[in-house]
Design a protein around this ligand. Structure first.
Ligand code: ATP
Length: 618
């Protein structure tokens, strides 16, 4: 396939933010692509070369792209730089520098060729690699037409930003390759296969070559992270137990970092650790890498658990924050290993040496996990008890708290309690200490904008505009403005991390009526606590779910100090969860006062006193 055809799809996608139009354009296009080229097309549409968990990066900085552009156009680098800073987008610069009349001697670019060459750019590492990258890029650009050059430059800089979400590709693949009448079923199969492999390229290729039956056999594979099964909430332990029919397994809810460990089985062979965000975080936890083979003995195996910091002397659990200090510390790891050793507390098994286990009910998986795991200083099993009455559940919950956990996970023992990759459901219910006061839980929000600080905060951001995620519409609607809970250092640090994501225009997938001083591309997820959720005419999260023209807003929000590095923007709290939180809050209010909140929540109170966006002033 010609690269120009893909580029024309890029243009079409850029011109719309409507999900249905995006899906239609994608599915029409994917149906035309040769199966062999499909994975490359799928990755390129996401601005990638490989599935995200492989972490393949093109490693091209602006300066390098400018150099390649100068060489390809024959213009001085200074001219390219000047033009680039005027337009603010090197892609646009490339397109306009090409001009109308650039004569190309070379034949039109093919998708495969572009993909292979970009792969070589990504693979160039170490000494002399910058020159190699420039040369490769220059050659590629020399063969490109103007619009191709624009998108090539954006691709290599990691700024394609077509707004193609994974779930749009799932929809489009199902629509392109499944029979008309079977869309729903096909979509479920495509999503299920994606949840198990986290690799849309592989799913697309199977679908194109073997049709839907090709997806049926997709199993968890060592080396490919499985998307995490997620939990629902209930307002009280009684509600949780009732929902499970009176009997359930309770496990300690450890407060750490969720990790999936992949073990091939070979002693001394590779072990991989994936975060909940599907990043390969193996390098951060050498002691766990070392401990897995001796604990499991046999492979292949995929086990899942929570990685928690422990006290080096007493072995007791330490606060979660201590683990986050390890992130990105390549060089000081040895010191951190001594100061903040970690333990992986396992709670599930997705692949056992005897075969896949995801389709087995939870009691069966737990039994296999217990068989498989040898408890060591570094590897443990989640504390667990099967309870049949509320009294035992409460006693277990209190034990969990006094052992340093944040609550319990209530797990279904039913035959349907299989491991549901990527799904949130009532097979697991979380119940935390916080549920007894204030807003029943923290919320994880994406930063989408910032307000400049004044006074002591001058020169950095003073408050942030944050959003929830609306999975149906694939947008980030705002939830509140937050300026509390940050000390000066945190604000400075956040400003440093966020400012490279500043945008001139509002991001296409952000829904906001407030206009911040700067817009930010959704990238960072912050945990917030608030007094309550209210209905607000200003914020757009869950717009119209309860009342036309009103969204949810978090009242008196404050940053808990926890950056959810383990969550991607799309894993921020969803508007559906906000609805449940709101309902939980109503139930608590009913329990305390004997009556519910006024219809429409606390919006009237908002209108009188507090700012409508539910914030305290910073
Ligand atoms: P989400 O519900 O989206 O995961 P979250 O990460 O904010 O949001 P948590 O309140 O942290 O939700 O609860 C779910 C998380 O609890 C799991 O993802 C896992 O990391 C952790 N966890 C701790 N102990 C267990 C356990 N025994 N079983 C399952 N998960 C556990």
């Amino acid at each position: 396939m010609r690269f120009a055809e893909l580029v024309s799809l890029f243009g079409e996608l850029e011109g719309t933010s409507k999900r249905l139009e995006i899906r239609q354009a994608l599915s029409d296009f994917l149906a035309k692509v040769e199966p062999a080229e499909l994975p490359a097309v799928i990755y390129l549409l996401q601005g990638q070369l490989r599935p995200e968990y492989e972490g393949v990066e093109l490693g091209v900085a602006d300066s390098l792209a400018r150099k390649a552009l100068a060489l390809a156009t024959g213009l001085p680098e200074g001219t390219v730089r000047q033009h680039g800073s005027r337009s603010g987008d090197l892609g646009d610069t490339a397109e306009s520098l090409w001009g109308e009349g650039k004569k190309l001697a070379s034949p039109p670019l093919e998708v495969k060729e572009v993909y292979d060459r970009l792969t070589r750019v990504a693979e160039a590492k170490g000494e002399g690699s910058q020159e190699v990258k420039v040369d490769l890029l220059r050659d590629l650009l020399t063969s490109a037409r103007a619009t191709e050059a624009k998108y090539l430059v954006r691709l290599v800089l990691g700024r394609l930003r077509l707004g193609v979400k994974e779930m749009s590709l799932v929809d489009a693949l199902a629509a392109a390759f499944a029979p008309e009448e079977g869309f729903k079923e096909a979509r479920a199969a495509v999503e299920a296969a994606f949840n198990v492999t986290s690799d849309l390229g592989e799913v697309a290729s199977r679908l194109a070559t073997q049709g839907l039956p090709g997806l049926a056999g997709v199993q968890a594979q060592v080396g490919k992270p499985v998307r995490a099964m997620l939990a629902e909430r209930e307002a009280t332990l009684k509600d949780a137990l009732d929902r499970m029919g009176g009997t359930a397994a309770l496990e300690y809810k450890y407060d750490g970092l969720r990790l999936q460990a992949h073990f091939s089985g070979a002693q001394g062979g590779p072990v991989k650790l994936f975060s909940r965000r599907l990043e390969d975080v193996s390098a951060q936890f050498p002691e766990i890498l070392e401990a897995i083979p001796s604990s499991l003995q046999k492979g292949p195996a995929i086990v899942e658990g929570e990685c928690v910091p422990v006290d080096p002397v007493t072995g007791e659990l330490r606060p979660f924050q201590e683990i986050s200090r390890r992130r990105g510390r390549k060089y000081e790891l040895t010191r951190f290993q001594e100061e903040v050793p970690v333990r992986l507390v396992l709670f599930d098994v997705l692949l056992a040496p005897e075969g896949p286990t995801m389709d087995r009910p939870y009691p069966d998986r737990r039994a296999r996990l217990e068989d498989l795991v040898g408890v060591t200083e570094r590897i443990d099993l989640a504390a667990r008890e099967v309870v049949r009455d509320l009294g035992s559940a409460e006693a277990f919950f209190l034990r969990a708290l006094s052992d340093g956990c944040e609550g319990v996970m209530v797990k279904s023992l039913a035959t349907g309690s299989t491991y549901r990759a990527g799904a949130r459901g009532f097979w697991w219910i979380k119940y935390k200490r916080e549920y007894t006061h204030e807003l029943a839980d923290t919320v994880d929000t994406v930063v989408v904008g910032a307000f400049r600080g004044r006074g002591r905060r001058a020169g950095r951001y003073g408050a942030l505009l944050v959003a929830a995620y609306d999975a149906e519409r694939e947008v980030f609607p705002t939830l509140c403005k937050v300026g509390t809970g940050f000390d000066d250092r945190a604000l400075k640090d956040l400003t440093r991390r966020l400012s490279p994501h500043e945008l001139k225009e509002p991001p296409r997938d952000v829904v906001s009526t407030l206009v911040p001083d700067v817009w930010l591309e959704p990238s960072l997820v912050l945990e917030l606590r608030g007094a309550e959720l209210t209905l607000s005419p200003v914020h757009r999260a869950g717009d119209g779910l309860l009342r036309a023209g009103y969204g949810f807003a978090l009242r008196f929000p404050r940053f808990t100090g926890r950056i959810r590095e383990d969550k991607s923007p799309e894993e921020a709290t969803e508007v559906k969860e906000l609805l449940r939180l709101y309902q939980t809050q109503v139930r608590h209010a009913e329990a305390e006062t004997g009556e519910g909140l006024p219809e429409g929540g606390k919006a009237p109170r908002n209108e009188k006193g507090t700012p409508p966006d539910g914030t305290e002033s910073p």
